[in-house]
Design a protein around this ligand. Sequence first.
Ligand SMILES: [Zn+2]
Length: 259
Amino acid sequence: MKLELLPSTFDENGMASPRQHLSCFVVDDCVAIDAGSLAMAASAAQKKQIRDVVLTHAHLDHIAGLPLFIDDLFSGLEAPVRVHAAPEIIETLERDIFNWEIYPRFSELENANGTAVMKYQPFAVGEEFSVKHLRLKAIRVNHKVSSVGFVVSDNQMKFAVSGDTAETDEFWRVLNAEENLSALLIECALPNELEELARAAHHLTPRILKQELEKFKREECSIYVVNIKPMYRDEVVRQIGELEIENLQIFEVGQIYEW
Ligand SMILES: [Zn+2]
């Protein structure tokens, strides 16, 4: 399995910046988990192949690239872009984004070839569902708005991604019951000194992450930190290092991980 966190921005030499403003993970070049930078940073090959987008929640940094992605592909689509999300997230997207004011309601549109350009695929939290060659299970997490994390597997490998979350018991309960989990991608948005803001916004700091990881009973699983607010990146990275937790590292933007 191949996993990439798409860059949010590029430097003057065209290299991916490590600063993550937006969230979009691409699995095997064909399934996107969140769509923050999907339109802006997917490769030409990925744009050709990605017709499935799975969403954790509807915050802008996780969906910003979705309307633009469908817009860019609109006339050439031979199959709709399928948006897999919990029913309340679909409701939010239709009400607040694809509402004809902010952007067209793509779910009602066809291109000149008669192809519907966008289709919603609601999933039930806690139940397995298929997307292409992958099996996914959504797990309720503890964020400011309705939000889920996922366990994602193909025939060989299984990883989990938290999306945005504060302290949670449900996520760890489900993960501890999964067999053969190889990697965990966990958020840590803010540094320790902003714990009050982290609690208000329902995010983790390195100190709270350490407490959370005590609930996780998987010693052989690699743990990667994601969704660090770009403004505080250096500080969060330093504080993560000071935790001295084995197997805990930063998931590098733009790097391809293969298992
Ligand atoms: Zn969020």
